[in-house]
Design a protein around this ligand. Structure first.
Ligand SMILES: *Cc1c(COP(=O)(O)O)cnc(C)c1O
Length: 360
């Protein structure tokens, strides 16, 4: 068996322990004589799986009782519509544009109401997070929306925006469970799990109960109402059952590793190895303002498209997978999510050093 160091932005690396456990349980889940993939989502066994996953997530994140945890489908992108459809009572929302995902969410919201771009970092190709301490928040805004970690550009909010009392909604797809979080600061925290938690096909929405109402925009499909899924504990229809089972295993892995404090420490250590190297390298350099650097996605360039391509190719041959930057920005990007071991980052830096010497 050969395993590579996988730096993909998503779907992405998962803990080996989790994959092995899933493999062990593939043919016969704990004496059931079948795989979780083959099991009714209405069975007692599956009910235990989804309930335990939720309980573990609540414990890890310290989710208060007045928040619901929903396991949904449609990816993070479906939330771009679902959020305005459910939250736009006044048909007004403020968006902070820090990259393509925030921009897509903003554009989608403008289908349903007045979506204001109250700040943007597009002037410098999204290489920083704008000052959000005193934004022109709309008087009647139903919510303020951010993308907390910008997967493509490699920036992260180190401080949440001052929403002036408005509900904060955050897409945390690429920083989910990477560090401790104060859930009470948000109305909604959501993310696709394929970046930092599990297999593609599951999106987790953590939502304050008062935001779950019957009062959605006219024409909102039943499947796109938070209330539908909340009332049925994520079992209104068939959920992405196997994906949720894997997420549950990742939650257990995080607990075993010491929880989100330990994750943060580990992630800071890994990111430091890479950023420290970039900061002294004569060939490679990071593309993001230092203060706003993401712990999860690290974009870098050599300054030459030709050398970038050579690096990606040689890295792949050496067992470092998916280091090519997003098609919209070029260069390289190393996604170093929770499950990426420290050895993977150390090996990458050693390889970069060697490449630098050979191409000086
Ligand atoms: C990947 C990503 C998305 C899109 O996720 P899908 O599940 O493909 O819809 C949205 N937001 C962020 C921050 C992402 O990283």
């Amino acid at each position: 068996m050969k395993r590579v160091y996988n730096f993909s932005a998503g779907p992405a690396v998962l803990p080996e322990e989790v994959l092995k456990e899933a493999a062990d349980e593939m043919m016969d889940y704990r004496g059931c004589g079948m795989s979780v993939m083959e099991m009714s989502h209405r069975s007692k066994t599956y009910d235990n799986i989804i309930k335990e996953a939720e309980a573990d997530l609540r414990e890890i994140m310290g989710i208060p009782d007045n928040y619901k945890v929903l396991f949904l489908q449609g990816g993070a992108s479906q939330q771009f519509a679902m959020i305005p459809m459910n939250l736009m009572k006044n048909k007004v929302a403020d968006y902070i544009i820090t990259g393509q995902w925030a921009k897509k969410a903003w554009k989608e919201a403008s289908i349903y109401g007045k979506a204001n771009a109250v700040a943007s970092s597009e002037d410098k190709t999204f290489s920083y997070i704008p000052d959000c301490s005193d934004l022109p928040i709309s008087e009647d805004a139903d919510y303020v929306y951010i993308c907390e970690n910008n997967t493509i550009y490699g920036t992260k909010y180190k401080q949440l925006p001052n929403t002036k009392g408005k509900t904060l909604v955050a897409d945390v797809s690429s920083c989910f469970l990477s560090e401790p979080v104060d859930v009470t600061k948000y109305g909604i925290i959501y993310g696709g799990v394929q970046k930092n938690i599990g297999p593609a096909g599951v999106v987790i929405v953590i939502i304050r109960e008062d935001l779950i109402t019957e009062d959605t925009l006219p024409g909102t499909p039943t499947m796109l109402k938070f209330k539908t899924h909340s009332d049925a504990d994520s079992l209104y229809n068939t959920p992405p059952a196997y994906g949720i089972y894997i997420c549950g295993k990742v939650f257990k892995w995080i607990k075993k590793m010491g929880g989100l404090e330990a994750m943060k420490e580990r992630n800071e250590k890994k990111a430091k190895i890479l950023y420290d190297f970039l900061d002294q390298s004569k060939l490679f350099h990071g593309t993001v303002v230092k203060e706003d650097r993401s712990l999860m996605n690290v974009p870098f360039v050599t300054g030459s498209d030709e050398l970038d391509a050579k690096f990606v190719k040689e890295a792949k041959e050496a067992g470092f997978e998916s280091l090519k930057g997003h098609r919209s920005v070029g260069g390289m990007r190393a996604s170093i999510y929770n499950a990426m071991p420290i050895e993977g980052v150390e090996a990458l830096v050693a390889f970069m050093k060697k490449f630098e010497e050979e191409n000086a």
